[in-house]
Design a protein around this ligand. Structure first.
Ligand code: TYM
Length: 339
């Protein structure tokens, strides 16, 4: 099995091209992806099959899928080292997802918080069954590559537990087939909250103007969003998990995730400063990160053919591994091989 051909431990992760990527996606996922790419054999996927669990405009989905791949590279993913590919271009993802869906107990799927959250926001008749089955597709993404580590934000932890449970169930029923992956979340920035409402996770699908800072936001606009961030009527600048202090805690966390400074150093640095100073400092640290990212992004989008060649190469490399694993799983489940 492909597991034995690994030269390094493997990483797999993905982001849905279902909107504009936010600093939550960057701090929860992309920043970690860059950090692990020397040590691991990394596979980074544009998960367009996940995006269609909610309705997408076809032209926009195509555009966002290319944009996402360019953002991966602009954030520091080196296509010479890591493999970047589009999920729907490798049919093995859909095929294994179906096999895993058939083995996934309905109760496990119905318990997923993300499903419950999204399902309550939509009328029952308009919810596609894909929203419920979504974790089985995510499990397929991970298990096809025998991934050892999956760097994600906090909101994906439950899906990782589901993946492990499902892999264990398959291995138990059909013999050792899949590697059980470990989740990896960052120390700071695993759950970036909305700037307009710091008790709700920052999300790319939220429309309110001051909710999210997008990676491609004009920098002056991004700065303004920070200056307008909801805080509180206290004065102290300290990390805290008290709900009243969620706004300040969120700003401090974003600052810490970007600067990698210790909690003590940050609190000492802001000891005699006001909320306006903190907002300005966070805005500047984020703008300093976004400026080179955006420059690289626009260069990539201008360079005809480059992105397509990266995705073609990525598809070939990923498909070779995914197809091997799929074949093994099909054999274990008892499918008649083509003659
Ligand atoms: P998605 O597209 O919702 O988010 C992509 C990544 O960004 C992280 N993230 C955040 N981190 C911190 N704060 C936030 N506010 C925030 N918002 C999003 C997410 O945790 C995630 O790591 N199901 C996944 C995509 C997926 C996947 C996979 C991930 C599909 N297959 C296989 C890993 C492995 C999702 O919807 O992520």
């Amino acid at each position: 099995m492909t597991e034995t051909l690994k030269t390094k431990p493997r990483v797999l992760s993905g982001i849905q091209p279902s909107g504009n990527l936010t600093i939550g996606n960057y701090l929860g996922a992309l920043k970690q992806w860059v950090e692990v790419q020397q040590e691991y054999d990394c596979f980074y996927c544009v998960v367009d099959l996940h995006a269609i669990t909610t309705p997408q405009d076809p032209a926009e989905l195509r555009q966002k899928s290319r944009e996402s791949a360019a953002i991966y590279i602009a954030s520091g993913i080196d296509p010479e080292i890591s493999t970047i590919f589009v999920q729907s271009q490798i049919p093995a993802h859909s095929e294994l997802a179906w096999m895993l869906t058939c083995m996934a107990p309905l109760g496990w799927l119905q318990r997923m918080t993300q499903f419950k959250d999204k399902a309550t926001k939509q009328a029952q008749d308009s919810i596609g069954a894909g929203l419920l089955n979504y974790p089985a597709l995510m499990a397929a993404d991970i298990l096809l590559y025998h991934a050892d580590l999956v760097p994600v934000g906090d909101d994906q932890r439950q899906h990782l537990e589901f993946t492990r449970d499902l892999a264990q169930r398959f291995n138990h029923l059909y013999g050792e087939t899949f590697t059980l992956p470990q989740v990896m979340t960052p120390k700071a920035g695993a759950r970036v909250m909305g700037l307009d409402n710091p008790t709700a996770k920052m999300s790319k699908s939220e429309d309110a103007e001051n909710h999210a800072v997008f990676l491609l936001d004009d920098l002056s606009r991004a700065r303004k969003k920070f200056m307008r961030a909801v805080t509180d009527s206290h004065r102290e600048i300290r990390f805290s998990d008290h709900p009243d202090r969620a706004g300040i805690n969120n700003l401090l966390t974003i600052y810490q995730a970007i600067t990698n400074e210790s909690t003590l150093d940050i609190e000492t640095g802001f000891a005699d400063k006001g909320y306006g100073d903190l907002k300005k400092a966070v805005a500047e640290s984020v703008a300093d990160t976004l400026a080179p990212l955006q420059k690289k992004y626009f260069e990539l989008m201008d360079e005809a053919g480059y992105l397509d060649s990266v995705l073609k190469l990525g598809r070939e490399k990923a498909a070779a591994i995914a197809n091997d694993t799929l074949k093994l799983a099909q054999d274990r489940m008892g499918f008649l091989p083509p003659s």
